[in-house]
Design a protein around this ligand. Structure first.
Ligand code: CO
Length: 183
């Protein structure tokens, strides 16, 4: 089932997230629905708060980017209760977008490498190190479960320049083609 994506300005994007328990109701169904929702919106990552759930869960499928980024090949993973242990490596700039902030892309600087601990959909624990575009997507999605949007990482000047566009999203005047809502 395709879920509505909460857009910029929605309270749930700024609400503190809870840990996911293995007996969380319909967790598998929720994850399946999140993948369907992400693919429908042509995204490469989606976090639970973006579909109105204040829990520590996000999904990534970077495989569509494999032509340009070899590390993205067949990279499809579910991250439950993740915690970033550290980020390091040369900071690099990448033009990010977000399904909750439609039609806006902006250069964001982040460390290149992320070391992250998480549980997969079978509640098996992993600690992995990722680099490249995969690391970038993970850091962006992780921000969502920490109530951070990529707009928060823009310079004040860039944010000022985008203010009208952001207000249009918040006010419901600019909607994406996929199913969405504000609050
Ligand atoms: Co996002």
């Amino acid at each position: 089932m395709i879920l509505q994506i909460y857009l910029y300005g929605s309270d749930v994007l700024r609400k503190k997230t809870e840990l996911v328990t293995p007996d969380y109701a319909d967790l598998k169904q929720l994850i399946d629905n999140m993948y369907e929702t992400m693919y429908n919106a042509e995204g490469v990552g989606l976090a639970a708060p973006q579909v109105g759930r204040s829990i520590r869960l996000f999904i990534v499928d970077a495989s569509a980017m494999a032509d340009e980024y070899p590390e993205a090949k067949e990279f499809k993973k579910t991250f439950i209760n993740p915690s970033i242990i550290e980020t390091y490596g040369d900071p690099f700039t990448y033009s990010e977008g977000c399904l909750s902030v439609p039609k806006i892309r902006e250069d964001i600087v982040r460390d290149s490498i992320v070391k992250i601990n998480y549980f997969d959909e079978n509640f098996t624990e992993h600690t992995d190190v990722y680099d490249g575009i995969v690391s970038r997507i993970i850091q962006h999605e992780y921000d969502h479960i920490e109530q951070i949007l990529f707009t928060d990482r823009m310079s004040q000047l860039k944010k000022k320049l985008l203010k009208r566009k952001l207000n249009n999203i918040k006010d419901g005047k600019d909607r994406p083609s996929y199913s969405s809502r504000i609050n």
